[in-house]
Design a protein around this ligand. Structure first.
Ligand SMILES: [Zn+2]
Length: 479
């Protein structure tokens, strides 16, 4: 990967103070983390909006959702807002039957990478859950090293699967690093998926499995979990009406423990001091990270197939939750107009004996043109399996040929730069100027996210405090 791509993939803030203030406004991040963890109150709300508005729409206090057992309304929830420690005291006192809690992921909060893996084993009888997990951890480590650098990666695995269903949650902790928010995790996972699929479109096991929909392919990663205000089940909880509890994998003694509970949260940080890198990730096409449930849009089609798998609509419907539906997508600026992409594809094809073009991918600063040709100019002869591709540098209007072969003449190499015809080069330079303008706004703007929240007075339905009496405001409590 060339330097330009790496820079646009991950914007590492040299000034860590500025990256901190993006998440938490002008407040001191250490104070914010302390308040999140030690806030002495826990308040209950009947609706999510009220919880999110309390005590202000910009609040950093964690929010937890709870499934309620009620005949009135299916999917009824209660929302709890307060300090982590206080929530845990409430949580451990809740009977197992009612322990149906989820962490509600806030867009203004740092986030560990989290992954939801799902597969129906009845349609994939050969699938070995542990082998999938080993392969996943291996490829993820590889990808983190490639994109972020050699940081220690700790995989916290939780499991609520059955004999017929693989269901694994991962909280993935990068040493001293976190993601700016969960949209950035989504952008990272879409890039990871493209990485494991590769240019040759590997849509096989273990990362793609069969679904009950007539054997069609689905991703084992639930790609819809990176949306606005997504809820993610917490350690020791089950869904209402199900007895499948989410526990640490392979532990003999799966009882509630405060340390384990906190360690398995997506947005828990013991203190701000442990973090020296806040990772920000652009989408694979160079656009801003966004809240999206798209399952296939970011993936290349496998050769010889117009489309793969199930349509997105179908996937989303079969997903059933629809929880991401309210997400306010942050619009992505397009990198190059389609007319320029196809003009580049046409020109590059002419330069390679008129071979057909498999795909044209605009990225930040470059356009990649993937060719239906194995004639590699680096090797000087044809590859057996690797197709070649061309990288067009928008700023300079130059292009090079590369391939993904690990062959000694090819690996990490590119041909000498050649110039595009003048008119085409000018259009590229103009497109690049637009990209640079967009990059100035790379820091995610959370205002649209909060636009639907009004800062009106919100009153909790219930106040809970682990201390015996909460008398300061004269509100009864149910400790
Ligand atoms: Zn080659």
């Amino acid at each position: 990967m060339n330097t330009a791509e790496t820079i646009s993939l991950l914007i590492e803030n040299e000034d860590s103070q500025s990256s901190r203030s993006e998440v938490v406004g002008t407040a001191d991040v250490a104070a914010v983390m302390k308040e999140r963890n030690d806030h002495p109150m826990l308040l209950a709300f009947a609706i999510q909006k009220s919880a999110l508005q309390y005590p202000s729409p910009q609040s950093w206090l964690p929010v937890f959702a709870q499934d309620l057992k009620t005949r009135k309304r299916r999917g009824a929830k209660r929302y709890w807002r307060g300090g982590h420690e206080e929530f845990y005291r409430k949580y451990e006192k809740t009977t197992e039957e009612n322990r149906c809690f989820y962490e509600l992921l806030l867009p203004n909060m740092w986030t560990h990478l989290y992954v939801d893996i799902d597969a129906d084993l009845t349609f994939n009888p050969g699938l070995d859950t542990n082998a999938v997990c080993v392969e996943f951890a291996l490829r993820m480590r590889e990808f983190v090293t490639k994109e972020i650098g050699g940081r220690h990666v700790r995989f916290v695995r939780l499991d609520s699967g059955t004999a017929s269903r693989m269901s694994v949650h991962y909280i993935i902790k990068l040493d001293r690093a976190c993601f700016l928010n969960n949209f950035h995790c989504g952008a990272f996972m879409r890039r990871f998926q493209r990485y494991v699929v590769g240019d040759n479109g590997n849509y096989g096991a273990p990362f793609f499995v069969k679904t009950k929909h007539n054997g069609e392919v689905a991703s084992i990663f639930d790609m819809a979990v990176y949306t606005l205000h997504r809820v993610f089940r917490v350690f020791g909880s089950h869904k209402i009406g199900s007895d499948r509890i989410l526990w640490r994998t392979g532990r003999k003694d799966n009882t509630l423990r405060r340390e384990t509970f906190l360690d398995t949260l997506v947005q828990y940080f013991p203190s701000a001091n442990e973090i020296d890198l806040v990772v920000q990730v652009l989408e694979w096409d160079g656009s801003l990270p966004k809240s999206t449930s798209h399952v296939w849009q970011h993936l290349p089609s496998p050769p010889g197939h117009g489309k793969i798998g199930v349509s997105e609509k179908k996937i989303r419907r079969s997903g059933g939750s629809g929880r991401g539906g309210r997400a306010a997508a942050i619009s992505a600026p397009s990198v190059v107009e389609p007319g320029l992409s196809s003009a580049l594809a046409k020109y590059i094809s002419q330069q390679h004996g008129g071979c057909s073009v498999r795909e044209t991918k605009p990225m930040a600063g470059v356009v990649n043109v993937y060719l239906n040709s194995r004639e590699c100019r680096l090797r000087g002869e044809s590859h057996d399996s690797n197709h070649i591709y061309v990288v067009v540098y928008l700023r300079s209007g130059e292009w090079v040929q590369r391939c993904h072969s690990s062959y000694v003449t090819c690996d990490g190499k590119e041909t000498e730069r050649k110039s595009l015809p003048k008119e085409l080069a000018q259009r590229c330079a103009e497109a690049h100027r637009k990209v640079e303008e967009n990059e100035k706004n790379t820091i995610i703007d959370l205002k649209p996210v909060f636009a639907f929240l009004n800062a009106e007075n919100v009153k909790p339905d219930e106040v809970w405090q682990s201390k015996e009496v909460y008398s300061a405001q004269g509100v009864a409590c149910n400790a």
